[in-house]
Write a protein that binds this ligand. Structure first.
Ligand code: FRU
Length: 447
């Protein structure tokens, strides 16, 4: 990495050591450390034959690079998947993607690899192959295994596509990770999008999450070409998913896809990016980063997300109507009571800034004036104007947390989240808050 590349890396977020990354893979705690893998192409800032990159951390904030965990071979790329610890080994389940002549000749099957030291992995080959895929599903769209345990058994959900329709999620079970059986199509109906990707199940919050490509836009929910949804519930004896609560979108921002959770903890990390967009960071030698880790819980029937960020408190101010500060990398929180109006300008330099405002009973984020613009493939008015909206769900009290890094803003308002990339200059460090509330407390944290 040269000096320019080094100085332009996000400070709080996982990126590849070089080149391109997309989905987080294999989130797992092994020997007391958090391991995160990711879809990785080190040789270019564009997507290419997929490897699994690898980082680990003790605190989910400071990440250490480890050697690339999985390499593609001449025939097969290593697409997304998950990890589990069993019999003192770290096991990876991933999709072996064979392109052949493309189109209908593509073959996707689920493969296994393992490691005793959590660094070097041995491939064991296909374990959920095309022979286990019921005939009504397409072999070319069968990917992204997420493995978890229940009692004595392993379960694995895999994204699939029904011959007649769209995205589905299939459930398999195994006693030993090598020999698997098909259980069921968990929803039994088509998803909205052309394909479902990266299903995730978190046993701690009992929640399934999945991403969908090209689902139709709908109100202020899933405005992006590709969006991620969650649904609370669990699997019955037949392997059908039984919902017991909210079914909604995970993140309202521009850049959030393919999240995964740790099996043993309700913590989620996603790709802080989106397909079909340009990546201004290519000029600095990287494309793609992962979101900050977020702790999940259920609150008032909804998914409640808070960023995992332990910083040092460097500022505090109470009961103001107008505040000017500086804020580039770190976290701010606002606790408000009796809120009537709020307007926040972030990463400000003169007339360049991103805004987060309360407007007509909605949260409105706008990045259209914030530095270098990002071309999007969405054509609706909000997308073209750099806008994303989010419902206001707090009652008398409002709690806001904003995590800012060189090229991203992740905003959490009463547990709802909106994550977006922004490309202001590094010296765009102005923060301005105008508030109309009975009481307010502002705090700023840095690393
Ligand atoms: C989701 C995805 C996965 C696939 C991977 C390939 O972003 O399309 O379905 O496994 O990316 O890199």
């Amino acid at each position: 990495m040269n000096e320019v590349q080094k100085n332009n890396r996000p400070l709080l977020h996982i990126t590849g050591e070089r080149g391109w990354i997309n989905d987080p893979n294999g989130l797992v705690v092994f020997n007391g450390e958090y391991h995160v893998f990711f879809q990785y192409y080190p040789h270019d800032t564009k997507w290419g034959p997929m490897h699994w990159g690898h980082v680990k951390s003790k605190d989910l904030q400071h990440w250490e690079y480890l050697p690339t965990a999985l390499y593609p071979d001449e025939k097969e790329m290593c697409f997304s998947g998950s990890a589990i610890v069993w019999q003192d080994r770290l096991w990876l389940m991933y999709t072996g993607h064979t392109e052949n002549e493309g189109g209908d000749t593509v073959v996707e099957q689920q493969c296994l690899a393992s490691s005793t030291d959590g660094v070097f992995f041995k491939k064991h080959g296909v374990v959920i192959g095309k022979d286990l895929l019921p005939t009504d599903y397409l072999i070319k769209d069968f990917r992204d295994p997420k493995v978890f345990r229940h009692g004595e058994l392993f379960y694995c959900i895999v994204a699939a596509k029904h011959r007649t329709g769209k995205g589905r999620i299939l459930l398999f079970t195994s006693k030993d990770l090598f020999k698997w059986e098909f259980l069921n199509d968990v929803f039994g109906v088509d998803g909205q999008g052309t394909m479902t990707e990266c299903p995730d199940y978190n046993p701690a919050v009992q929640m399934i999450a999945y991403s969908q490509q090209f689902a139709p836009q709908c109100g202020i929910e899933h405005c992006n070409v590709h969006s991620t949804y969650y649904c609370f519930g669990g699997f019955d004896r037949n392997g059908e998913f039984v919902s017991d609560g909210e079914h909604s979108i995970v993140d309202y921002g521009f850049d959030f896809y393919a999240p995964q959770t740790f099996e043993t903890e309700p913590i989620m990390i996603a790709w802080l990016n989106m397909w079909d967009r340009d990546n201004p960071s290519e000029q600095y030698g990287f494309s793609g980063q992962l979101t900050i880790a977020r702790r999940l819980s259920r609150r008032d029937g909804r998914l409640y997300q808070v960023p995992v960020f332990e910083g040092i408190q460097v500022a505090e101010k109470c009961n103001f109507t107008h505040l000017n500060d500086t804020f580039t990398v770190g976290k701010i929180t606002l606790d408000l009571q009796g809120l009537n109006g709020l307007s926040i300008k972030l990463r400000r330099k003169g007339e360049s800034y991103a805004s987060f405002d309360l407007q007509d009973g909605q949260w409105v984020f706008n990045r259209s004036k914030c530095g270098k613009q990002i071309a999007v493939s969405e054509t609706d008015e909000d997308s073209v104007n750099g806008i994303r909206r989010m419902p206001v769900v707090g009652g008398e009290k409002t709690h806001i947390e904003i995590v800012s890094d060189l090229y991203s803003l992740e905003i959490f308002a009463d547990g709802l989240a909106m994550s977006s990339l922004v490309y202001p200059s590094h010296d765009a460090d102005g923060l301005e808050i105008v508030v109309d509330a009975e009481t307010c407390i502002y705090k700023k944290f840095e690393i």
